[in-house]
Design a protein around this ligand. Structure first.
Ligand SMILES: Nc1nc2c(ncn2[C@@H]2O[C@H](COP(=O)(O)OP(=O)(O)OP(=O)(O)O)[C@@H](O)[C@H]2O)c(=O)[nH]1
Length: 425
């Protein structure tokens, strides 16, 4: 992993688009620069070589014209004088003049190291030495042999090399500029796109959307991603909704919407813990309808269901929001009331419930039902210090209330039998 950036680690081990674009750009521009430099050099070399060869021939003709008279008179001094003058003025490295018999009448040679070096370069490119005859009135009077120095050629090569180097530097600078521009115009929108996608995935914020891109293709991709995110969002919301519904169904009663038996232990533990911490009290009420079976038998199961729903509603209306109402099953309900200060508080609640339950229940088909309920009350810590003992105490009190038609009952302090209805500890 050494040498890899965090983004590379995240993206795996592939090359980044930005780097790929940059290297492709630089390679492309370098290739163009080198190719054009090479072609230009070839064209220029060809031109200069042709020019130099023509120049050599022109020089030969000029010399031949000037040497015509001295050669007719076989005047070696005049020949040498012309050679000295012309060879130093022109770019010549070697000139030799012979008369018609082949006798040498004059010679000029530049032997300096620079001239010798340039001579070698000129020999590579030019067709030399140039041999030329000197004629007079149609007769050959002598011959010339001459070579160019190649100074101009070397100057051209140096200048050309410098230009190519400059061209290369400019090419690299151009590549860097183009690459930076590309990064701005392609990589940045792509970075924005991938960052937004990553944010949505990581934060699971499916309400988020990828912003539009100035590049058409990226924009199409953005639209597709956003469509996909919208679908995922819908799916996610559906899953969340179903999950919530399943969770609700798991601990709620389908008929009344109250918490079901699975919540009873949780509610009791919560109330116990709170009361123990606060050194306070709480109450458990067990409620059971009297003769509910006869309602089912007389009016049908659907009517029984309606009655159970009304009872649940009346219980909710009689209690505070933070009191837990649980349907234990059938016609049995439990109520856990926290923050009880005294027994009178619970008694008042039980009486309030009984008053509400005493009102007749009207069913849809104009059936009127009179229903009574029995309530058993147990208080923490007086009647038990855990769920089991409190449940047992409340249950026994409820049966006591039912048997004696008391409405509600509490266990007597320190006794196995139940307290009488309305008794105060
Ligand atoms: N309609 C309806 N009836 C139910 C439901 N659950 C249980 N029951 C019925 O409720 C009745 C409860 O009967 P019991 O436990 O004998 O209660 P009861 O008739 O009130 O008798 P006591 O409690 O002794 O007064 C049974 O007939 C059950 O079939 C329900 O969800 N809907």
């Amino acid at each position: 992993m050494n040498g890899l950036t965090k983004q590379q680690e995240r993206a795996g081990h592939g090359i980044r688009l930005r780097d790929l674009l940059r290297s492709t750009q630089i390679r492309g521009i370098m290739l163009v620069v080198l190719a054009t430099g090479f072609c230009l050099t070839l064209a220029a070399l060809w031109t200069i070589t042709r020019y130099a060869n023509n120049n050599l021939e022109l020089l030969g003709r000029t010399l031949a014209y000037n040497l015509e008279a001295p050669l007719v008179f076989n005047d070696a001094v005049a020949v040498q004088s012309i050679l000295d003058t012309l060879a130093t003025q022109e770019d010549l490295s070697y000139v030799r003049v012979q008369n018609a018999d082949g006798t040498e009448l004059g010679q000029s040679r530049n032997d300096t190291p620079v001239a010798v070096f340039m001579d070698h370069i000129a020999n590579l490119l030019l067709e030399q030495p140039l041999h030329m005859q000197v004629t007079h009135a149609g007769e050959v009077v002598g011959a010339l042999e001459l070579r160019m120095q190649g100074r101009v050629l070397v100057q051209f090569l140096l200048a050309g090399g410098g230009l190519i180097l400059l061209w290369l530097v400019l090419g690299v600078l151009m590549a860097a500029c183009v690459s930076a521009r590309l990064q701005q115009r392609i990589s940045r929108p792509l970075d924005v796109l991938s960052e937004a996608t990553r944010q949505i995935t990581w934060s699971r914020n499916f309400a988020g959307r990828v912003p539009n891109s100035p590049i058409l293709e990226f924009n199409e991709l953005t639209k597709d991603i956003n469509k996909l995110v919208a679908q995922v969002q819908q799916w996610h919301e559906l899953v969340l909704h179903e999950k919530a519904e399943l969770e609700h169904r798991a601990d709620h009663d389908a008929l009344t919407g109250l918490a079901n038996r699975s919540r009873f232990e949780v509610a009791m533990q919560k109330a116990l813990l709170h009361a123990m911490r606060q050194r306070g009290h709480f109450a458990l009420l067990f409620l059971d309808c009297d003769g509910f079976k006869s309602i089912n038998d007389s009016f049908g199961h659907a009517a029984g269901d309606q009655v159970l729903k009304k009872i649940a509603k009346r219980l909710q209306n009689s209690l505070r929001d933070d009191d837990q109402i649980i349907r234990l099953g059938g016609d049995e309900f439990a109520v856990v009331i926290g923050s009880i200060r005294s027994e009178q508080d619970v008694v008042r609640v039980a009486e309030k419930i009984l008053v509400r339950m005493a009102a007749p229940i009207f069913l849809e088909n104009a059936v009127l039902i009179d229903l009574t309920i029995s309530i058993g009350i147990a208080l923490y810590p007086q009647h038990g210090d855990n769920t089991q003992t409190l449940s047992k105490a409340a249950d026994q009190a409820m049966y006591q209330a039912k048997r004696q038609r008391l409405g509600y009952a509490l266990p007597e302090p320190g006794q196995a039998h139940m307290a009488a209805a309305g008794s105060v500890m």
